[in-house]
Ligand binder design. Structure first.
Ligand code: B16
Ligand code: MG
Length: 216
């Protein structure tokens, strides 16, 4: 039996991965650089500035730190205006049911999102109070695939990493969970999330997850 489940937010609980994609696409267009779904895959779970660095690899131009700060903050303005409109309707299917059942079994719940907008997203979705702990991304020094964010969640919950299950939709996130010594559930495509211990299409596979966590 596992004692805690640590959720990623964008692309696992919240249908916001599409907004990150759209916001980056606008920036890429403004910079006149190539961007596609595959490059977007490598941005998932990665911090804002690091995402911009990945994007800029498609460009021959050199950008100053000042210019980088400008585009990173512009991306965030686009993203923030998009998430202003999100409601409980943007919670990904299966999430609420899973959270309710896990709580019934006294499983501790945390959110380990790389997003500095995680609190706003959770508030707008109306589920912030469901979690025992929400990691503040601003306090994390080493971003995913480093395990730091998942280890911080486990420590604050008071649960040993090996007693935790992490759920992620990104390649970087799955690697972070594995390096933290936790069980990794991938949400998405098994050919992309190769390092996950189990891959599911979404959280509608509630029973499968509950069975794994409570060990029945
Ligand atoms: P922000 P997650 C991540 O959230 C996103 O997947 C990633 O695309 C984004 O760049 C990152 O948060 C930082 O977000 O710009 O809002 O601080 O998947 O870890 O919940
Ligand atoms: Mg994610």
């Amino acid at each position: 039996r596992y004692e805690a489940v640590i959720f990623d937010l964008d692309g696992v609980i919240a249908d916001t991965a599409k907004f990150h994609y759209e916001a980056w696409k606008k920036i890429a267009e403004e910079l006149g650089i190539y961007f596609d779904e595959k490059i977007n895959e490598s941005l998932k779970g990665v911090s804002r500035m690091e995402s911009l660095e990945i994007l800029l690899k498609q460009s021959e131009k050199e950008y100053s730190q000042e210019q980088k700060n400008y585009f990173a903050s512009k991306k965030n303005d686009y993203f923030k205006s998009m998430i202003q409109k999100i409601t409980p309707g943007d919670i990904l299917p299966g999430s609420i049911e899973l959270i309710k059942i896990l709580k019934r079994y006294n499983v501790k719940l945390a959110v380990a999102s790389a997003s500095r907008n995680a609190n706003t997203v959770l508030e707008n979705l109306g589920i912030k109070s469901e979690f025992d702990y929400i990691v503040d991304a601003a306090k994390i020094v080493n971003v995913k695939p480093d395990p730091e964010i998942f280890l911080a969640a486990a420590e604050n919950l008071g649960v040993e990493p090996k007693k935790c299950v992490g759920i992620e939709d990104s390649v970087a996130g799955i690697e972070a969970i594995k390096r933290a010594g936790m069980f990794a559930i991938g949400i998405g495509d098994p050919t992309i999330l190769k390092k996950a211990d189990m891959v599911l299409e979404d959280l509608r596979y509630t029973q499968k997850i509950v069975k794994l966590v409570i060990g029945e």
